[in-house]
Design a protein around this ligand. Sequence first.
Ligand code: NCD
Length: 310
Amino acid sequence: MRHLISPLDFNTEETNRLLDLAEDIRTHRDRYSDICRGKKIATLFYEPSTRTRLSFEAAMLNLGGSVLGFSSVDSSSVSKGESVADTVRVISCYADIVAMRHPKEGAPLVASIYSDVPVINAGDGGHQHPTQTLTDLMTIRSLKGRLDHLTIGLCGDLKFGRTVHSLINALVRYENISFVLISPPELALPDYIREDVLVANNIPFREVNRMEDVLGKLDVLYMTRVQRERFFNEQDYIRLKDVYILTKEKMALAPADMIVMHPLPRVNEISVEVDKDPRAVYFKQAQFGVYVRMALILTLLEMVPEAEHA
Ligand code: NCD
């Protein structure tokens, strides 16, 4: 039985196969509408979420299955002090697959050890967010036509942003990828990614403060929200929350074929006037998230239709 805890749990060949399946689902939705009839996904969300939880639920409903779960700790027995291990042991009697989001790094990994059904990490603290990464890879591959030979700008909260950590881990496996890390020093990429992933794999990268200086050289600009819930003190959050705001004027400095991505939710970091720019693809990205999660559910449940194995 397989789980998805880290973006590296699938090798590049498996990842590409999953993205192909997601593309096929995108173009032939009706062929997939009944495959998971009778199957259930449990969404165990110990931390607030809108799009990730609902996109898992939409994915299972689109496949003809059904959903159960909780969307906050207050509405579950967790508030009585139940451990993740016990919760997941019980839930695996009720559901065929589990998607878990948790504020503690490593909680979904623990769950996978005790679970009798596949567990998907839907975000653990400031650590990893592999299904967002699959969504991001599908977005880049589909809109830029490739996952190699790209310069990717990552902007905002690179310290606490788990989507950034997972995306870097996944992208360094493709050829000729370079990164431009745009953040204030306080929100710079943690050492365990900079040293152990970028430096260790000889991946070219630059760290800069101002996005204006680098916008002209990017294939992809990946914007992120300053992760308020992971700050120890509100003053620091207030000081840093608006350091980067992507505006129409800044977009004028960017190449005509650059794409702007954002895992959402957006706060202030992209001005709404940018939404009209054809290079702004973050709402499309959210749509891709449903196809990718459909493909992932089918893969982990070993229910990929035969033709797709070919
Ligand atoms: C991200 C997350 O939860 O890490 N959101 C998401 O999954 N779409 C990004 C964020 O919350 O800023």
